[in-house]
Design a binder for this molecule. Structure first.
Ligand SMILES: Nc1nc2c(ncn2[C@@H]2O[C@H](COP(=O)(O)OP(=O)(O)OP(=O)(O)O)[C@@H](O)[C@H]2O)c(=O)[nH]1
Length: 235
């Protein structure tokens, strides 16, 4: 004998009874609990795009084209029992794009400031990037300094201690070294940053309140409205 449940499904015009696995497949995916934006900044060629692409797609490009303006990737991560939709903004290192990239600082809850451990000038540029942060970023944004290209240890120009000293002078700034090429510390960079952001958020407030909370959701639309959609890559 057919169950009432089954009869109702067919009477509604649907197809013959579906199996449990098909029903499961039709369930919409759980929505993200939070949306967070993180921005990657630093001088040209330090590996900003490479870090983003290693984290989001687990790929590495030996001969990447320079970023023009901004690019972004999205990755969903689960931390502290919450599903986070992480939007990562990758900015051009060239100064001529500063007027475009600066518009993306304000919405960022986390900022990854990258230098290349083999290139002195990229470390010397850090105060210039700090000025950009002071001018355009939110005061409560989490800051992480990353010395990239750790696989090139034999060409190292900046010691770990030098970078640690720099970071220690900036309130709340964390520091780590990484290699996008060797996939060393890359997940850790982004997950630690998100974890630090979450640690300061009221995660347990009811979801209705969260939708109005400055801390929970970044303003929509995800592109600053006055700007065209992000860039392509050039040579
Ligand atoms: N050896 C080594 N090379 C890397 C690493 N990360 C990036 N590169 C190389 O460095 C070059 C620049 O990398 P990008 O990721 O394009 O650098 P970027 O900071 O996004 O550059 P701009 O877009 O010009 O600001 C590319 O040739 C990469 O292959 C790394 O961890 N190790």
């Amino acid at each position: 004998m057919e169950s009432g449940f089954g009869v109702q499904r067919r009477a509604g015009g649907g197809s013959p009874a579906v199996g449990a696995s098909q029903r499961r497949r039709k369930m919409p995916p759980r929505a993200a609990d939070f949306k967070l934006q993180v921005i990657i900044i630093g001088s040209r060629g330090v590996g900003k795009t490479s870090l983003m692409e290693r984290f989001t797609d687990d790929t590495f490009c030996e001969a990447c084209k320079s970023t023009v303006g901004v690019d972004f990737k999205i990755k969903t991560v689960e931390l502290r029992g919450k599903k986070i939709r992480l939007q990562i903004w990758d900015t051009a290192g060239q100064e001529r794009f500063n007027s475009i990239t600066s518009a993306y600082y304000r919405g960022a809850k986390g900022i990854v400031l990258v230098y290349d451990i083999t290139k002195q000038e990229t470390f010397e540029d850090l105060p210039k990037w700090m000025k950009m942060i002071d001018k355009y970023a939110s005061e409560d944004a989490e800051l992480l300094l990353v010395g990239n290209k750790l696989d090139c240890e034999s060409d190292r120009a900046i010691s770990r201690q030098q970078a640690e000293r720099f970071a220690s002078r900036i309130s709340g700034m964390r520091f780590c070294e990484a290699s996008a090429k060797n996939n060393f510390n890359v997940d850790e960079i982004f997950l630690k940053l998100v974890d630090d952001i979450l640690s300061k958020m009221p995660l347990e407030v009811p979801s209705r309140e969260l939708s109005n909370s400055v801390l929970s959701l970044q303003p929509e639309p995800e592109f600053p409205p006055e700007l065209p959609p992000p860039r392509m890559r050039c040579c």
